[in-house]
Design a protein around this ligand. Structure first.
Ligand SMILES: N[C@@H](CCC(=O)N[C@@H](CS)C(=O)NCC(=O)O)C(=O)O
Length: 238
């Protein structure tokens, strides 16, 4: 039997492959990475993902990173789970890649700027400006997503849930949790409720909670408050 291990961090986009694996009903191990202990920059982890990011999957002796690659791999490995839509021709297949790329290359950079404006400028008084510009830039894309859900929901591809739904939902979760106003997007908000009702989603929330508890036990959760100034606390990651 194939052994799959997912390297993840609570609240991050590692949620995308974990929900896919749950949807496929596949047994997998998960290992939490402590960003606050710089584990994502450790020699051991950089051997798994040289980019120092989650998610990363170890599949028997192979390693795979990058959500687009992982989502397409899992879909082909577990076709009966229908993690992405079945396609009849090359252009439809390419369109799914375009949608995954939209999440990874268009939406995700906005998430990082909205959650972590201090990654993009070091002057306190301009960080709010990074947030504002990113929030403004994201509006165009949220309007497109809102229209799509309003027109042909309940899922991104109509009747069928897919990993694109998880990815888009993760973006929603991250930016609305960082002050991005959600009131103009009722259909996107309803999609969030639908996602949160999926048994696969709930199981991943349980795994994330266990990972979070492990980080807290080790004094490495993002909410960890230092007792003295010699203990440094790094900020959350997107
Ligand atoms: N392009 C990557 C992005 C992965 C990514 O940015 N992951 C974030 C968490 S959501 C991370 O690990 N950040 C840590 C860092 O950049 O130091 C993918 O699609 O998988």
């Amino acid at each position: 039997m194939t052994l799959i291990t997912v390297y993840f961090a609570p609240g991050t986009c590692s949620r995308v492959p974990m929900i896919a694996l749950e949807q496929a009903g596949v047994h997998y191990e998960s290992r939490v990475i402590a960003f606050n202990a710089n584990e994502h920059r450790s020699e051991e982890f950089l051997k798994i993902n040289p980019a120092g990011k989650v998610p990363a999957l170890v599949i028997d002796d192979d390693v795979l990173s990058e959500n687009i690659a992982i989502a397409t791999f899992l879909d082909r490995r577990f076709p009966e789970a229908k993690l992405l839509p079945q396609t009849k021709n090359e252009i439809d297949r390419a369109q799914i890649l375009a949608d995954l790329s939209f999440c990874s290359s268009v939406l995700h950079p906005f998430v990082t700027r909205i959650r972590l404006p201090h990654y993009f400028c070091s002057l306190d008084n301009t960080q709010a400006n990074v947030w504002e510009l990113a929030a403004k830039g994201l509006e165009l894309h949220f309007q497109r997503i809102e229209q799509r859900f309003a027109g042909s929901g309940p899922w991104w591809y109509g009747d069928q849930w897919s990993s694109v739904d998880t990815y888009i939902n993760w973006v929603w979760f991250r930016v609305t949790g960082a002050g991005f106003p959600s009131d103009k997007y009722p259909n996107f908000a309803a999609h969030n409720v639908r996602m949160s009702e999926l048994p696969a989603y709930k199981r991943v929330m349980e795994r994330e909670a266990i990972g979070q508890a492990e980080l807290e036990t080790r004094g490495l959760s993002f909410s960890f408050k230092p007792e003295n100034k010699s203990q440094t606390v790094k900020e959350d990651v997107s």
